[in-house]
Design a binder for this molecule. Structure first.
Ligand code: HEM
Length: 134
């Protein structure tokens, strides 16, 4: 298999590190004046959904799809404007969270790469600088 993401869960071994990662991530989002307003006031569900998605995507139990159906991430992100600034803010928050979760140290590079590609794929808004003149 040629999917370096899908072997991570096995190496990590349990859900716990994912919930830690997601807690750190949302602690960064709490301080993020660009992203915070896009999320609901109560982040409990957002945390659980992100943890379950990452567990599933990295080769762990498929609880996310059992509860939420097909991930359809681009569709689920359509309600939120995601341009370069939002993408970069998300990635910075996740980078900080990864640094604070040593369980992922061996996988940080692969994950950073995956997140960069995936967050770029989720972009759904042209930034002002990308608009034609006039
Ligand atoms: C690699 C990049 C990303 C991943 C893996 C990711 C993953 C997820 C997941 C799994 C959910 C929950 C979907 C559900 O089951 O309802 C979600 C929701 C959400 N995402 Fe992302 N996302 C990414 C990038 C972004 C970016 C760049 C933004 C910037 C605006 C963003 C904003 C949101 C918001 C506002 C929600 C809704 C939270 C809620 O209502 O509970 N995401 N994302």
């Amino acid at each position: 298999m040629n999917d370096p993401i899908a072997i991570i869960y096995k190496s990590i071994g349990s859900d716990e590190a994912y919930y830690k990662l997601v807690d750190f991530f949302y602690a960064e989002v709490e301080k993020d004046t660009l992203l915070r307003p896009l999320y609901p006031a109560d982040l409990t569900d957002a945390k659980r959904h992100l943890a379950l998605f990452l567990i599933q995507r990295t080769g762990g139990p498929q609880t996310y799809s059992n509860e939420r159906g097909h991930p359809r991430m681009r569709m689920r992100h359509m309600p939120f404007p995601i341009g370069i600034a939002e993408r970069n803010a998300w990635l910075t928050n996740m980078s900080q969270a990864l640094k604070q979760t040593p369980e992922f140290a061996n996988h940080r590079e692969v994950l950073e790469h995956y997140f960069l590609d995936f967050a770029t794929f989720l972009m759904n808004k042209a930034d002002e600088t990308m608009q034609p003149p006039g």
